[in-house]
Ligand binder design. Structure first.
Ligand code: PEP
Length: 247
């Protein structure tokens, strides 16, 4: 079986100004040799400064979105190459907030994923069901369709991370049961293996949705959970540090 190094990824969303870089300095000071990969995705305005602040640490930085085009008339957007230029190694794509707030379809996410990987970034592609879909018993159908639609052909496993984020668990304090997380992660692993062959075994699968220091260890022990995508609890060095320590 392929060894997958675990990944603790923080999504700061639309939070943080220059003053928040103190949290990164504290995180870097406390985790000089973490037992997992560590990633923070700040707002685009902080990316270059955060990349400078983490240059001598193992903490990687990433974007929260990118455009599918390389450049051009797309006011307000940033391209994958611009993220690389600012110091990013990763980019989150298809987050449920982007899908809901900006009408991002699987097709758009697929184009962005291709552009990101083509520019040399690792794409963290998010999938997840709504509460209504879980209640209707269609969770695996929804996740399967999102994976089919959002992942381009010809990508390498190492350039892809898949984050399973039930929409109803994001920012709510609610989480699926450990068995429910295992069911979806095993399904995603099988789907990737079916699509990419043995290569699919190298893709890391993150759980996201109300991960916090008190539940991190039990979630990380679940089958095919290779880390977490963390929103609220990634904003403070102490909280995110405790999650890193649990991996
Ligand atoms: C997220 O938005 O990716 C997320 C998982 O948020 P939270 O950890 O705050 O639920």
């Amino acid at each position: 079986m392929t060894e997958r190094r675990k990944l603790a990824a923080g999504n700061w969303k639309m939070n943080g100004t220059g003053a928040s870089l103190a949290e990164i300095d504290a995180l870097a000071a406390a985790h000089r040799a973490p037992g997992c990969d560590v990633l923070i995705c700040p707002p685009a305005t902080l990316l270059a400064r955060m990349a400078d602040a983490t240059a001598d640490s193992p903490i990687a930085v990433g974007g929260q979105d990118c455009h599918w085009a390389g450049s051009g008339a797309h006011t307000g957007d940033v391209s994958a190459a611009m993220l690389v230029d600012a110091g990013a190694d990763y980019v989150i794509l298809g987050h449920s907030e982007r899908r809901a707030d900006h009408g991002e379809t699987d097709e758009i996410v697929r184009s962005k994923t291709g552009a990101a990987i083509g520019a040399g970034l690792v794409a963290v592609v998010c999938v997840g069901e709504t509460e209504a879909q879980r209640d209707a018993g269609t969770t695996l159908d929804v996740i399967g369709a999102q994976l089919r639609g959002s992942l381009p052909d010809g990508i390498t496993a190492a350039a892809l991370v898949v984050a399973y984020e039930p929409v109803w668990a994001i920012g709510t304090g609610r989480t699926p049961t450990l068995d429910e997380i295992a069911e979806v992660h095993d399904f995603i692993r099988a789907t990737l293996s079916g699509r990419f062959g043995a290569e699919g075994d190298g893709t890391r699968l993150l759980y996201g949705g109300s991960v916090k220091p008190s539940n991190a260890a039990e979630i990380f022990a679940v089958s095919n959970v290779d880390g977490a995508l963390v929103g609220g609890a990634s904003l403070k060095a102490a909280d995110f540090g405790a999650i890193i320590a649990a991996l």
